[in-house]
Design a protein around this ligand. Structure first.
Ligand SMILES: Nc1ncnc2c1ncn2[C@@H]1O[C@H](COP(=O)(O)OP(=O)(O)OP(=O)(O)O)[C@@H](O)[C@H]1O
Length: 320
């Protein structure tokens, strides 16, 4: 007889039952999830949802009222030194030295983390490449944009070769160009095998970077899964809005008969909203269908996204 043993890989980072109160305020309650090795895990929620409080407990800066954390299987409470050595943490705000260059700032952090002096120069070069700042490494930090400073923060967190990188809203307050550079850098790290925990209230970023997402609101995880699984909670149908010129009632009847159109209704004088399977792909057949009785003057396709899931689950928008 052969016995086949199936073993789940040890999560790069996991937590269970995390809870934190500030006085009467329950900031985090029963938060648990696991980030598999090489996975990019997103924590998506509005401001004040409890993301920073959760991260502070994950990195050992805040003691949970309940629950626990493991990093690569190492219990954070039992062996904090070993667990923390595997984590790279980029907080929302970091004090960098404006009078020092990017490279000198990294050297300072490398020494602070106790990296061996011999290894440090090579490690700094690697990290500068990873965050795309090799060319500006010898300029003073005071001349950097907000996004470039943030990339030095990320670099500092990578110096000790962590297994998991934790980013807390890394693009808040940075210009769109730097934001893109940060996202590209993060994508490169993930492609290279880094495990990632990424928090944001920007749905587009989490959708772009993460392959699994937990939605957090009022301190609780209210749903988690892949983007597709989360969107399926709302239903996967697209909405198509059409503005028409002509006989709108006849056009509506013809549109309802188009294959892929599930429902249709007038939403105003000359506007129609359709619920469809196929959304954008259907547009040519929709335009042809009304030929003879009306012309389509404007179209809008609304595809379901994580924002819609959040709205569906909480009744409010992420940017409230
Ligand atoms: N030190 C503290 N004392 C009291 N209340 C706090 C403290 N830190 C956070 N809170 C409260 O706990 C809740 C969760 O805050 P947290 O910072 O974790 O949310 P967040 O999702 O990270 O939002 P943001 O991105 O705005 O920081 C909020 O209501 C916040 O006001």
């Amino acid at each position: 007889m052969t016995t086949v043993l199936t073993t789940e890989p040890i999560p790069a980072l996991a937590c269970h039952g995390l809870a934190k109160r500030y006085g009467d305020l329950v900031a985090v309650q029963d938060v648990g999830f696991a980030v598999a090795p090489g996975q990019a895990y997103g924590l998506l929620g509005p401001n004040g949802a409890g993301k920073t409080t959760t991260i502070s407990m994950l990195v050992g800066l805040l003691r949970p009222d309940a629950g626990g954390v493991t990093v690569g299987g190492v219990d954070l409470a039992a062996d904090p030194m070993r667990a923390k050595a595997r984590l790279g943490y980029v907080p929302q705000e970091v004090a960098l030295y404006p009078e020092l260059t990017g490279r000198e700032n990294l050297r300072f952090f490398g020494r602070l983390f106790g990296l061996p002096r011999r290894e440090l120069p090579g490690r700094i070069e690697e990290v500068l490449d990873l965050v795309g700042l090799a060319e500006r490494a010898d300029s003073k930090l005071g001349t950097y944009s907000g996004g470039m400073r943030r990339r030095i923060n990320i670099g500092a967190a990578l110096l000790h070769r962590p297994d998991v990188l934790i980013l807390d809203e890394p693009t808040v307050g940075v210009d769109p160009q730097s934001r893109n550079a940060i996202l590209e850098g993060v994508e490169r790290l993930v492609a290279g095998g880094m495990s990632l925990l990424y928090t944001s209230h920007y749905m587009e970023e989490v959708e772009r970077v993460c392959d699994r997402v937990a939605i957090i609101d009022h301190g609780r995880i209210i749903a988690d899964g892949t983007r597709e699984e989360l969107i399926a909670l709302v239903g996967s149908h697209d909405k198509v809005e059409l503005s028409l010129d002509g006989d709108v009632e006849t056009a509506l009847a013809k549109l309802r008969a188009v294959e892929g159109v599930l429902e249709g209704a007038r939403t105003g004088g000359t506007s129609i909203r359709l619920i469809t399977e196929g959304g954008r792909r259907l547009l040519p057949s929709l335009i042809t269908a009304v030929d003879g009785c009306a012309t389509v003057t404007a179209t809008r396709v609304i595809e379901p996204d994580l924002e819609a899931t959040f709205l569906h689950l909480t009744g409010s928008t992420l940017r409230d």
